[in-house]
Design a protein around this ligand. Sequence first.
Ligand code: 8BR
Ligand code: GLC
Length: 485
Amino acid sequence: MDADEWEERYAKAYESISSSISNVRGVFVAYNSNIDAIKHIHSGDIERLLKNLDIEKVQEKIYSYPRQIDTPYDFLARLLIAMRDGKAAEVPTYSTDIHEWLTDNFVFDSARMGGQAGIISNLLASMDMKRVIAYIPWLSREQANYFVESDNLVHPIVRDGKLELLHPTKAYNPEYKSKVNWIIEFPKDLKVNFGEEQFIVPRNNRLIISSRPPWIRIDISDEVYSHLTDFCGHVDGAILSGYQMIKEDYEDGTTYKDHVKNSVDLIESLKACNPDVRIHVEFTSIQNKTIRSAILNDIVKSHVHSLGLDTVEVANALNVLGHEELAYSVISKGENAIISLYEGAVRLLHGLKLERIHIHSLGYYICVASTDCPVTPEDHLECLLFSSCAAASRAIMGDIKHFDDIEFGLDVRISQKGMDEIEKLGTYLVRQGVCSMDEFRDGCIRTPHHDVLVNPTKVVEDPVGTVGIGDAISASAFVAMLSKM
Ligand code: 8BR
Ligand code: GLC
């Protein structure tokens, strides 16, 4: 397909999902929601911050690549790495010092709903899904106010032994506190002077400093869990995220194993309630390799149907699953990166016994689906195109407030860079005898072992922000898939 033919496919996909989306009866979304303090970096901001710091010390930190933020040096090092590479990253901080330093040295531009589960709940509620059941283990009063006002959005709460489904603003716990993350958005083409060095930011992207207060638990409460059957019968799909916050050991003597078990029990109970339910995990950057491996091997593998992730996250996942070379090649800037990405997707699908894996990159998506998945490859492709419209729409407007807003994404042009990249994958697949070039260009490739969907995406030239676009892509494609089942 050439770009015009893809555009036609896009328009049809949007129409098709618009008419099927009401088939979805309900979606359960857990666990993470926080407040994002957003700061857009402008020219001179970095140089100003560096003025009060020892540049050599920052350089040392760049080499040592801090995996948690304890000092301004760790922060600057990770920010400069993310800006230089144009790559998204999320790094935890366990102290409040850095929050104070950021507050003193930066004024944030806006505060908005953050956390994958929070962002996804608001998106689905705004898309007029029949019912969105959000579950946030630490729902505070302040946090509850960041949920959109919509009758279809509810949160379970148990009062006097009875389960109630109420809007989050009526279901919060007044004793809980809020979690605030810092989102540092940086723009493409920004010139940065760092000591003797100078570089130009290659892409719009963001660094997240994720606060990890000690009270965070990625668990469902016993109370709500014991009433799960009261509401899960009409749940067609569940989207779970926030696992990056699981710690190896907790002050109360529990370990990550207890919290992994809590999540697996929830997943299995949702399946017992509705054997057709589909479970999606939204992966993210997880610095601790023990936790990353436990999430993949103990939660995702054999329990979960669908996984959503970006290219860096694919490399991270491959790395802990014993495919180090492939992982390296996925993030290398080499010619074959997209081929490695596809090979990685295939390994993750089979290795983790998934039904579908959806990888999003700037300019194209790759989805690999098992042959026994009840959705046809053509429908899968429509779901991907629909999700690219949702991404473009979020990039233009910052927020999707109504289902129809997604249609604005249709006006954004398909990325030529994305078209060029996927052509490389096509050439490889043809050489491997997997498909013909015509089949590849059609977007749906059937093999005896799995189906492969590859599409170029719509990329917005000047996005108002990038945080949360990945969540919008994964969630909208997943619910679109539910609507086709
Ligand atoms: P993560 O937040 O999970 O990294 O996902 C970000 C995704 O947002 C990218 O994979 C890319 O597909 C999408 N995206 C970005 Br970043 N900038 C975009 C833009 N300007 N237009 C459309 N999609 C974008
Ligand atoms: C992670 C971050 C959160 C951000 C979200 C966007 O969940 O912790 O701050 O809003 O990603 O995808």
